[in-house]
Design a binder for this molecule. Sequence first.
Ligand code: MN
Ligand code: MN
Length: 321
Amino acid sequence: MGDGFFQPVSGMDLPRFAGVPTFMRLPQVGFDHDRISEVDIGLIGVPWDTGTTNRPGPRHGPRQLRDLSTMIRAENGATGVRPFELVNCADLGDVGPNPADIADSMDRITSFYDRVVAAGVMPLTGGGDHLSSLPILRAVAKDGPVGMIHFDSHTDLFHSYFDGTMYTHGTPFRRAVEEGLLDPKRVVQIGIRGTAYDTEDRDFARAEGIRIVPIEEYFARGVEDVMAEAREIAGDGATYISYDIDFVDPTFAPGTGTPEVGGPNSYEALLVARLLDGVNIVGADLVEVSPPFDQSGGTAFLGVSIMFEMLCVMAKARAGT
Ligand code: MN
Ligand code: MN
């Protein structure tokens, strides 16, 4: 588009293993850049994992996601969508967290996304643990509750950990409902599975009207049918997409802190994102990639491939096509 400034560097011009890695080889455009006002979709890193209660590491996620994102080409092989020709995409850089202070980090993240929203930019985030989604939602849902389509093996709807700790990666969406950031009747959680401490999270979901699609139902009905229901639940209203990489079976995505076996394969991991087409997306994230547990880089590659699928539907929505 235009003068080519917002086009990713092609592997035909510079080999994909060369150069400084930005998300998908896009230009880096910070808030002080003179072209920030032209950005439609901003890819943002949140290198933060202080909400992690189990195996850590997602603070290293954005850097490895950027590295593996150099494998992404400009055209979606399944749909033919060329997102970088539909809208202006750029890497907005990382939010700088305070790794020793959860509350301060959340304030820093919200402040960053307040600026993203004020600039009219649609955010696509690479995390970070799942607590990252809460301070993002505080900015994205500032003017009223949004719907959410959430892929995960966990609900992240717990009340608290360790007898009263309210902010962990197991609690973000409980807080988001309490804070009026999410409309629970327009929230669907897909892929829930694994052993459990108790049913407190699912009891909360039932009481609030949050729809949970457990993995047994997902496989029994099939991905197309489940995603048709998800689009119906989200409706026409503003909807946030939150995608925890542990939605995917650990055979395909071992590089994460809280894996659960018996999940979708990497093909379906992409397909669910592709089937978001038509949703009124106001932002999306891909969280919980933990490079220390991702020795091949395969989890990060799957993560950025999912981000590219989400980017394609976001670009279509933004361009009105
Ligand atoms: Mn999660
Ligand atoms: Mn999870």
